[in-house]
Design a protein. Structure first.
Length: 160
């Protein structure tokens, strides 16, 4: 098996397992809206359900569930096609795409299973709250950042 396939598989399986395990743990051990302070004034574990996308975008849209499922499936297909075009030496890009893929898949699983996404990571400063998120959301953000780094590296590699 090619190194990029091993990287992709390992990252997807690890990230997806962590995402789903943490969501099951939160769902089974906490009440909805329950909050457990971890770092006072900065970070809590808070059990929330998000019907929308980032920042609850389109949460009240009547066709939100089929829309988000369709967007997720298309995104997964685009990522898979993009991954197949990678060279064997593009390990960082493989890891980045795997993180994005696993994050999209993790949230898709929630939407299909529950009709909404479990969020629980609550970062705030005094009264200013960042919208709650989960491991899948984090994987997507880290994956996008790593993909940007890889793209910059690729441009530098091609430059004379």
């Amino acid at each position: 098996m090619k190194p990029t396939y091993r990287i992709f598989s390992a990252v997807v399986l690890g990230s997806l397992a962590l995402d789903q395990a943490t969501k099951v743990l939160i769902d089974r051990t906490m009440d909805l809206y329950q909050s457990i302070p971890v770092i006072d004034g900065l970070f809590s574990i808070t059990y929330l359900r998000n019907r929308g996308a980032a920042f609850s975008f389109l949460a009240d849209f009547s066709y939100r569930l089929p829309f988000f499922i369709l967007v997720s499936v298309v995104a997964l297909a685009v990522i898979a096609v993009t991954f197949r075009k990678l060279r064997d030496d593009q390990h960082l890009a493989a890891a980045a795409l795997a993180l994005i893929f696993s994050g999209a898949l993790g949230n898709l699983i929630d939407r299909v299973r529950l009709g909404e996404v479990i969020d629980f990571l609550d970062v705030y400063w005094k009264t200013y709250h960042w919208p709650a998120f989960n491991v899948a959301d984090s994987a997507i953000c880290v994956g996008v950042a790593l993909l940007a780094v890889d793209m910059i590296r690729e441009e530098r590699r091609k430059a004379p």
